[in-house]
Ligand binder design. Structure first.
Ligand SMILES: [Zn+2]
Length: 421
């Protein structure tokens, strides 16, 4: 069991000593109070650094990490058609390299856990394990209303589920339904039953665009996507709904009552002109669990959670004309504990007994030269390159900005891209 002592690390404004034993944080005490340092412990001096729980990116498509910039200056549905065209040609090798690049970026920007929705999750698993972070991976149902594809996907989903049983405890398998407009009703029901039978979370895009809502109403007797999914019995506290951007008051009430996790992906929404009036206050007050995601690099172009948090807050303040909207403490909860709770992970908090998923932020730079609280400067001033070191499951996955294998990951990805272009 690895033992690491972080000395003179600031935790919740107190200069502390933080002891990691195995996967967990075993002690957090004021600096200097640990006198019985376990034999063989690695002692790391952390003066000038602040510890935070690692970020949890609750909606992404890691495999799009090598599709940056291919769909610029077009709106959502044209963009999606273009992505589907490109995705006809991807294979396992592509997903492996792209997910390694994605994981590298996530580590460098302080993300320790990511909820992914992409093809070939075996390859994404391999990539995440190499980088050492915690993946939430799925089999993606997307039959595009083709009954033959639907039957084949049922078989394939079972195969992926069986293989995932051999995965490390660090990885979580969930089932994804792409969206109601790309998946047949019978497959949505099949996926929900499969999730229920096997105690899995279900990850789905919901009410991302106004068109999705209008089309759904036309097709399903005036019901919105949320009402429609609720009428199918799909919505409950095991559902992670990405976007939930175009919501009526009734939709908000349903999502709250069912305890659905709603994931806000502001940069993707802004860029694809999907919308920006995310009903944060209403969803929170109704009882929904609200989290933050970046969406994939095909639309948001990066996986930077700090950027996503800042943009979420300033856009929320702007459209509500309310500077108190989405306050800093709630923003941090959205990127950490709220996500941990739906994933049933003992993380997202710096506490004795919690998993040691920690980021160390370097505050010896101009972003933090102010008497303001750390969190304010971290979110509104700093960039994610202030993240100096990252732990996942008690192990360093980045140390002093160095990720083991970084050069090789990029060189191999470049070689692969050169080969296919
Ligand atoms: Zn998405």
């Amino acid at each position: 069991m690895g033992v690491i002592l972080l000395k003179n690390i600031t935790v919740k404004n107190v200069v502390s000593d933080l002891l990691i034993e195995g996967q967990h944080i075993s002690r957090i005490v004021p600096a200097g109070e640990i006198v019985d340092v376990p034999a063989g412990a690695e002692v790391v001096e952390c003066s000038g650094k602040v510890a935070m729980p690692g970020f949890i990116n609750m909606h992404t498509h890691a495999g799009m990490a090598m599709m940056r910039g291919i769909g610029e200056d077009i709106a959502f549905h044209e963009w999606l058609d273009r992505i589907w065209e490109v995705e006809k040609n991807i294979d396992e090798e592509y997903v492996y390299h792209a997910t390694r690049v994605a994981c590298l970026e996530m580590v460098k920007t302080g993300t320790v856990t990511f909820n992914d929705q992409y093809w070939y999750s075996d390859m994404a698993y391999k990539a995440a394990m190499e980088l050492g972070i915690r993946p939430v991976l799925s089999y993606v149902i997307c039959d595009r209303n083709d009954p033959e594809a639907a039957e084949a996907q049922k078989v394939e989903c079972l195969e992926y589920f069986e293989r995932a049983k051999a995965w490390s405890d660090k990885a979580i398998f969930v089932i994804s339904v792409h969206a109601i407009y790309s998946v047949t009703e019978s497959m949505v029901l099949w996926a929900k039953q499969f999730a229920r039978d096997n105690d899995l979370l279900l990850h789905i895009h919901v009410s991302e665009t106004e068109k999705e809502v209008k089309d759904c109403k036309a097709l399903h007797g005036g019901m919105s996507p949320v009402e429609y999914l609720d009428s199918l019995g799909v919505l409950d506290s095991n559902v992670i709904a990405a976007h939930t951007l175009w919501l009526s008051d009734k939709d908000v009430e349903i999502l709250g009552k069912r305890g659905v996790t709603c994931v806000h992906n502001i940069n993707s929404n802004l860029k694809l002109t999907s919308g920006y009036k995310f009903k944060y206050n209403e969803l929170r007050d109704a009882g929904a669990n609200v989290c933050i995601g970046t969406d994939g690099c095909g639309s948001s172009n990066n996986l930077d959670m700090l950027e996503a948090m800042k943009t979420s807050a300033i856009v929320q303040k702007a459209w509500r004309v309310d500077s108190s909207a989405m306050p800093i403490n709630e923003l941090i909860d959205m990127a950490t504990v709220n996500a941990a709770s739906v994933l049933k992970l003992n993380t997202g908090r710096l506490e004795e007994g919690a998993l040691a998923d920690i980021i160390l932020v370097d505050t010896d730079n101009y972003h933090f030269m102010s008497p303001a609280p750390f969190e304010a400067n971290f979110i509104y001033s700093a960039h994610s390159d202030c993240v100096d070191s990252v732990f996942c499951d008690g192990k360093f996955v980045m140390r002093n900005r160095v990720v083991p294998g970084e050069k090789e990951i990029l060189a191999e990805a470049k070689k692969y891209l050169n080969k296919i272009m």
